[in-house]
Design a protein around this ligand. Structure first.
Ligand SMILES: *Cc1c(COP(=O)(O)O)cnc(C)c1O
Length: 420
């Protein structure tokens, strides 16, 4: 209990039952008893080793016997099967997502591909939403197809089409939420309910854009959350990593395949990810605030034709987003209004070139603001017409907001728009 003077008085029950907030979890993960590292170091040590030693043959035998029943706590065998630094970060992310367990991967794409390869048997079918990360779609259409796994795309937000696409061999529904670059938000309750009618269908949400600060899909009955930890979770544009979070049994099964598939995270990258995680809540809160202010300013600006941000009432998924998210994220997409006698692709490039704070770069979620024109980045190889066919407009800008001062970013946008 907190009284009005801010004094906290706890009943015995409250001490043991209190669920910690996101910032506390960002720094500590679950706080369950003693938290001492080797040598009493406050910070998680980087255990930089490829293998682990045994004292004698009896020690080997004890380990091998225990392995059959789930292993010995604090005891590892070989780097591909486990690393204490990596495990510390996994526990932190599981606590943030309200998941039973988490598993790190060397990149977001590695998380997606290893999870799909592990879950989907030959002859099965996976349904994904059409606004899904481009490389995830490519993996489904090219690599899974080779293994006799069928992929079906359904329009994002069309739940009737989703139900209609379900076949007896459907094993997985995968979607992003929010999506890139239009920030469409999946109705997680509805998605889980549709899959829940079928015993063998699992649901996966790529929640990279949301972070566990703004949205926790597992709370809505989604089976597995994946992230590109390269983005917000690490937050400093300095490492590549991915993560999958879910119920402990499911993660345990995925871990068995990781030992075979071999995509594991280097302990040094894991250390940097943990360091980034400590400020996740602070960063995301600032990014949410700035993005909302930017979206509102852009929507009111005559040189901007349309803004895509789930925090705006004009966004098609605003209501769903309001119900299931506590913040709307740090990415704002918008369309520059065409001007007479100039190709809008060029007008948009002139705006981007006039921005001073953001770097021009792919990616998002770091402390530095990044800006890009998707037509000239991920979709450069396509013609304007082909791009339009897949809904990618030449006047679209994706602005991934960093942690710079809100007023400075607003000023920068204003001055850049004034130049076109
Ligand atoms: C970046 C990204 C990925 C891929 O992650 P990498 O870490 O770059 O491999 C997957 N999904 C989404 C939504 C992303 O933004």
């Amino acid at each position: 209990m907190i009284d009005f003077a801010g004094k906290v008085e706890l009943s015995k029950n409250e001490t043991s039952q209190r669920a910690f907030g996101r910032s506390t979890r960002s720094v500590h993960g679950e706080i369950d008893g003693r938290r001492a590292n080797a040598n009493h170091a406050l910070i998680t040590p980087i255990v930089q080793t490829a293998t682990y030693t045994f004292d004698d043959t009896a020690d080997v035998r004890a380990f091998m016997d225990a392995k059959m029943w789930g292993g010995l706590p604090g005891r590892e065998e070989y780097g591909r099967y486990g690393n204490p630094t990596v495990q510390a970060v996994e526990a932190r992310i599981a606590a943030l997502e309200n998941g039973g367990a988490a598993m790190l991967f060397p990149s977001g794409m590695s998380a997606v591909t290893q999870v799909l390869l592990s879950i989907l048997p030959t002859g099965s079918q996976v349904i994904f939403t059409d606004d899904c990360y481009k490389k995830t779609r490519q993996f489904c259409n090219i690599f899974l197809a080779r293994l006799g796994i069928e992929s079906v795309a359904v329009p994002m937000g069309d739940y009737e089409a989703l139900e209609a696409a379900i076949q007896p061999n459907t094993r997985l529904i995968i979607s992003e939420s929010p999506t890139n670059p239009y920030l469409r938000v999946a109705d997680l309750n509805r998605l889980a309910a549709i899959a829940g009618k079928h015993q063998r269908i699992k649901t996966i949400i790529d929640a990279t854009f949301a972070t566990p600060i703004n949205q926790r899909p597992l709370d809505f009955g989604i089976d597995l959350v994946v992230h590109s930890a390269t983005k917000y979770l690490s937050g400093h544009n300095d490492i590549m990593a991915g993560v999958a979070v879910g119920e402990a049994g499911l993660i345990h099964a995925l871990r068995q395949s990781q030992g075979v598939l071999g995509g594991i995270t280097d302990p040094h990258a894991a250390y940097l990810l943990e360091r980034g995680l400590k400020t996740l809540e602070l960063r995301v809160t600032r990014q949410n605030q700035t993005a909302q202010a930017v979206a509102e300013a852009l929507e009111a600006h005559p040189k901007v034709e349309r803004v895509w941000y789930p925090g705006l009432a004009s966004h098609p998924d605003h209501e769903v987003a309001r119900q299931q998210m506590s913040g709307f994220g740090g990415v704002v997409s918008f369309e520059i209004a065409p001007i007479e006698n100039e190709d809008v692709l060029d007008t948009t490039s002139r705006f981007i070139d006039a921005m001073k704070i953001p770097y021009i770069a792919p990616s998002l979620g770091g402390v530095e603001s990044l800006i890009e024109q998707p037509s000239l980045m991920s979709y450069y190889e396509l013609s304007t017409e082909e791009r339009l066919n897949i809904g990618m407009k030449d006047n679209l800008v994706r602005f991934a907001i960093g942690i710079e001062d809100t007023a400075d970013i607003l000023f920068d946008i204003e001055q850049a728009l004034a130049q076109i």
